[in-house]
Design a protein around this ligand. Sequence first.
Ligand SMILES: O=P(O)(O)OC[C@H]1O[C@](O)(COP(=O)(O)O)[C@@H](O)[C@@H]1O
Length: 419
Amino acid sequence: MAKDAVADGSGTAGEPASRQPKRQREEGRKTSAIFVAVLIGAAAVFAAYMMSHSEDARGRGRYAAAMPALRTVAAQLLHPEKGILAADESPKTFGARLAGHPNKPSLRQTWRHILLTMPGLEAHISGVILHEETFAQAADLAAARAAGVLLGIKLDNGTAPMGPKQAGELHTRGLEGLASRCAPFHTQHGAAFAKWRAVFRVGPHTPSKAAIRRNAKDLASYAAAAQKCGLVPIIEPEVLADGDHDLSRATNASVRVLRGVFRALKKRGDVDVGAVLLKAAMVTPGSSSAVAATPEQVANATLRVLLGTVPRALPGVVFLSGGQSEELATTHLEALGRLAAERRAAGKPLPWALSFSFGRALQASAMKQWLAGDVPAAQQALLGRAAANALAQQGRAPQDPAAAAAAAAAAAAAAAAVP
Ligand SMILES: O=P(O)(O)OC[C@H]1O[C@](O)(COP(=O)(O)O)[C@@H](O)[C@@H]1O
């Protein structure tokens, strides 16, 4: 009997449970109950902490139901033979591209006029992202729209330093009043999409959790506001190439940032991720890194990051050029396009389209020609880069840019000749 009592855990060895004093049994039960309650409490606190602090925890929440009209616009932007021209430089950034020429509003206006009215632009450009100041150029906007080029508005107001604990890190401004600010771009100026850029530095202690959380939350708030305004949001969490970090640190930072961003989008519950485009940096070693990476290594690292973080429902990823030369950005895009084509051939297609949304890597040579006074050469240069990148995103070797420009111009002339 004593043996049974020990075996079923109900008493002390040698003394049946029924013979223990009642008070002693009750105290034992109370102690176990308190112990279990403390355990449950600690587990709950730990789980809550992990949910709110761990960047690796799976995001809770859901995406909003499909927004068909916005999904159609997203698909238009992701035309397989076209990409997006980023011409939304803030006045300060534009000035940095001018090689000493005075950064006057009229100069920016002239350059954007040349871009928006360029014959043949629509051959390989599906949309142009513009700075707010360009929305005053109504005739130029109308010309681009008439050619079938979608217009986008940069809705962020640039970056500002984060608190003293995140020295050197930045957050993006512009959420205040966004809901009312964004509507007229769609209703009065015909914008179809929008963009918001957040930046993350790779350093020994960055990007910090705080910077990721804050920027991810703000990107998600912007995406929701843009969709409510009737605009397809491009979210741009740019992991900067500045620095001497290697490919593996760039990979790690990109994974953490993108996880944070998609978790924040899901947590809101009012964003249709099927009507959002991700504008991402390719995963490369830092611009002052001692160790270079081949285009194949860059493409592999970039795809690995995207496959591990980006939901299948997102329609497309458009890459920024991030200070790479025009040729290098195209070479990297081509390596990515080749990987995507190989996966398709192997019956494992990527869930999203890959394309480009370059600023400098589309405009650098063109601007040089324009600043030297040769507008036709500027147009040729830009059309040539667009054509080369359109091929590259399909994994096809870019032709000689001059030949591609001539082909684009011929196509435009043929289209114009049709009555
Ligand atoms: O003027 P800002 O806000 O610094 O923007 C910088 C540029 O970065 C981009 O997001 C990406 O441009 P790049 O392709 O040249 O890196 C552009 O859309 C934008 O013009």
